[in-house]
Design a protein around this ligand. Structure first.
Ligand code: GLC
Length: 520
């Protein structure tokens, strides 16, 4: 029997950028609450994943948490959170929150305590090491944000590990008390009623216990600074905690892992993560052959009961519409919402928001400030709602924290709802069709051999329900797919209907079509 997180669609809200209710130019929880009807009724998604809203010095916009059990005043307070959760549930929407478990802020009291003295009871909650004999860092591990992953602490004469910014010291997951403390945080939110967690950089939690150097990237050896097999034990503990709730709550993990065998291992035997994020298509060169190869590889790598999931955008990656090109964004939407597995949709991708170019003086992302060209601001611009000032993101006269992306007038929700063939209306139609069709939300997947080069076609079918064939043309020339008999249920142009003629489907350049097959 499938469950909500298998049949449903998850929508990621980056709270800074969704809706500003209190007029400070930064989105907040009350803003998200005011837009829930859009999510549940207008768009038609099933769950919201909220990026961090916890008290934070904002060195990494909330991925540096100073208090796991509160709400940063920028976003509201716990009462706002409880209202948001209750209003989600009243609409049948689930709410998933971010669990930033690998590191805290350097301002978190746990770290202040750990840093205070080598004898502090919490010293071992973080990863401290003596410097190398020459006074340099203890090993060659690199921060994802550039430079050594070690920071020298003058007062206690040791270095602490930070896989990200120096303001984000890594917790030591080998310390049982630190581990228990994070499980306590999980219980805090679960007891409030959240439906699950998206575990931030989940595969960083366990590192090589001997802290040996990483080998050069070309080496066949696995990294030592992350993804140690002891992770499985942590994921099993988290899972049993989540399974202890009724109904069981969801574990989604942020896992960037090129080795699909290792990625799939994080499902465990159905006792680890429900959904280790699958970023395979985020990094695909956008062509039929490559996309098909990646989809087939993911399907083949999954252990039997594991349920796939697909991601085409998030707050760390260049915007989908700019990656694949505006013309291909429609077929990409069809792909995301018709493959077998749970899709996670990034706010604004349903509007085709492009990657914005942010002028240097308005850049915010610490990653971009440290490593020019790597800034993530361009995919975090404000959501566009209407034709008013600041596109309805914040009240008139208020400057949004990041400038609006290009074309705000015609790209907003209001403008797109008025255009029956807009990208937003295509997303709505795809979501409605998916929801109404068991074959699409829980059926099998099989690639069709008949597609000509440049096209990718597959069948989705659940027992007792009409099957569907999805055919996508990735090229800029027309293509013909044979062997498809049925009724056009939806096309990316939203401009065709009727039966396929003699089992043949002609696809325009960049076009995608969902065909409902005859009979169950
Ligand atoms: C994850 C988040 C990213 C953050 C990093 C460090 O990759 O998605 O935004 O900067 O973790 O917490």
């Amino acid at each position: 029997m499938s469950r909500w997180w298998q049949e449903g669609v998850v929508y990621q809200v980056y709270p800074r950028s969704f809706q500003d209710a209190n007029g400070d130019g930064v989105g907040d929880l009350a803003g998200v609450l005011s837009r829930l009807d859009y999510l549940s009724e207008v768009l038609g998604v099933d769950a919201v994943w909220l990026s961090p809203f916890y008290p934070s010095p904002m060195a990494d916009f909330g991925y540096d948490v100073a208090d796991y059990c509160g709400v940063d005043p920028l976003f509201g307070d716990l009462a706002d959170f409880d209202r948001l959760l209750a209003e989600c549930h009243r609409r049948g929407l689930r709410l998933i929150v971010d669990l930033v478990a690998n590191h805290t802020s350097d301002r978190h009291p746990w770290f202040a305590d750990s840093r205070a003295s080598r004898l502090s009871p919490r010293r071992d909650w973080y990863a401290w090491s003596d410097p190398a004999p020459d006074g340099g860092p203890p090993n060659n591990w690199q921060s994802v944000f550039g430079g050594s992953a070690w920071e020298w602490d003058e007062a206690t004469g040791q270095c602490y590990l930070h896989s990200f910014l120096a303001e984000q010291p890594d917790l030591n997951w080998r310390n049982p008390a630190a581990r228990e403390a994070v499980y306590g945080v999980m219980r805090f939110w679960l007891d409030r009623g959240v439906d699950g967690f998206r575990i931030d950089v989940a595969d960083f939690l366990m590192k090589d216990p001997a802290r040996r150097d990483d080998l050069p990237p070309e080496s066949a050896e696995r990294p030592r600074s992350r993804a140690h097999p002891d992770l499985h034990g942590v994921f099993r503990e988290m899972r049993s905690l989540l399974d202890g709730y009724s109904p069981p709550r969801l574990a989604v993990g942020e896992i960037h892992e090129d080795d699909l065998g290792v990625w799939a291992s994080y499902y465990g035997e159905g006792d680890e993560l429900h959904l280790p994020f699958n970023f395979s298509l985020l990094h695909a060169a956008w062509g039929a052959g490559e996309v098909r190869r990646r989809v087939e590889a993911v399907e083949a790598a999954l252990p039997a009961p594991a349920w796939p999931n697909w991601v085409l955008g998030n707050h760390d990656e260049p915007r989908l519409a700019s990656r694949v090109g505006a013309g291909a964004a429609r077929a990409a939407a069809m792909l995301l919402l018709t493959l077998r597995g749970t899709p996670t949709l990034y706010y604004g991708d349903e509007l085709g928001l492009p990657q914005a170019t942010i002028p240097p003086e308005r850049q915010q992302d610490p990653f971009g400030r440290r490593v020019p060209g790597r800034g993530r601001d361009g995919c975090r611009t404000p959501m566009l709602w209407d034709r008013g000032p600041s596109a309805g993101f914040c009240p008139p006269g208020v400057e949004p924290w990041l400038p609006l992306g290009p074309g705000a007038e015609e790209r907003g929700v209001e403008a797109q709802l008025a255009d029956p063939r807009s990208l937003l209306n295509l997303y709505r139609a795809l979501l409605a069709l998916r929801r109404a069709s068991p074959s699409l939300h829980r059926g099998d997947y099989r690639a069709l051999a008949v597609a000509p080069e440049g096209c990718f076609a597959y069948r989705r079918r659940a027992a007792g329900s009409p099957g569907f064939v999805v055919a996508l043309n990735f090229t800029s020339t027309a293509g013909k797919v044979e062997g498809i008999a049925g009724r056009v249920a939806l096309s990316t142009g939203m401009d065709r209907q009727g039966e396929t003629a003699a089992g043949r489907l002609r696809l325009g350049p960049g076009e995608g079509v969902v065909v409902e097959e005859r009979g169950p």
